[in-house]
Design a protein around this ligand. Sequence first.
Ligand SMILES: [Zn+2]
Length: 417
Amino acid sequence: MYATRPCGHRYVSTDVYTGAVYARREYSAEMTSQTAHLGNTPSSDQIRRAPKVLLHDHLDGGLRPATVVELARDCGYAQLPDTDPDKLGLWFREAADSGSLERYLETFSHTVAVMQTRDALVRVARECAEDLAADGVVYAEVRYAPEQHLEGGLTLEEVVEAVNEGFRQGERAALEAGRRIRIGALLTAMRHAARALEIAELANRYRDLGVVGFDIAGAEAGYPPTRHLDAFEYLKRENNHFTIHAGEAFGLPSIWQALQWCGADRLGHGVRIIDDIEVREDGTVELGRLAAYVRDKRVPLELCPSSNLQTGAAASYAEHPIGLLRRLHFRVTVNTDNRLMSHTSMSREFEHLVEAFGYTLGDMEWISVNAMKSAFIPFDERLAMINDVIKPGYAALKSEWLFQQTATTSGSAGVQG
Ligand SMILES: [Zn+2]
């Protein structure tokens, strides 16, 4: 029923994506940011202070290099490629820069190896919350795979409770430092393994206790999301939420399965939806049926620009599909994926986008509100974050910018006068 055929770098379904059934809606590629008037180019300092929302960040991909070194020493793990934190940080980045998702995933063997005790998990989760808060993140959903932290004898439940404890400690430490952050955990099942239903049940057991949803991750090619259909059907019956890593290394069939077979609420990456969008030489744009569905249904795309560059989904920030997807008003969100491997942060991701696309404070606000709308916490809590934290935060930054402009103008008028 769902035959696929390669079409250049694209995978095209013969029954879904043929030219004959393309949606006949055309859009000008020149359709530019409709919020550009809402603020001007933010400085690095303003980007850092702006309230940001993060939906796609891996706990085992965000450790501080110095913490990896110390935890390895504590647990006797002798296989780190370097024990100097700076050199180790560089090693992670270079290994992840190789352009292959499989090699990118290899770097996790070291971080996971040092996260096998309760104390290590508490510390990593606490530092994660502190680092995100210091970067101006006000809400984050951080994911990890409990099944990867059992080698030291912990049970799945003990892993979840340790990470929850670390997040709560980090939230409190951030508050003491004058910053507010809220963190929800997403439990991930590894797509090459066969524990998805068990992990989905675990996520359901700990909902309202710090866990807000479920995900599957790992090498995408050869492990389609439908392999774990029982887990997704279980979560739907429980009225629970889940996202699926899809459309990162593999293309449209993976996205299509994640949405139409598994019922994902969001797409982890989803960047390859671009394969279903045709930009013609005259600048008009045509959406295929799947791309039109993703946009019409406001399916959130958890885009991770730096990570996508490392895995080869885009050649440069300026060429990253987020530019076109944002102009076409897909529900775009910006994320870090793995801060250690990609040597990034939310602020750094936005700095790249400001430089590549001229994004303004208005664009940042639009993206942050998109992300908050797409979070897995209850609607009223999302709304409170938008109205009480995000909008006032951007309003303050915009007025700051306006006053700066006024001061500059008055200053120069005085000199001229
Ligand atoms: Zn990811």
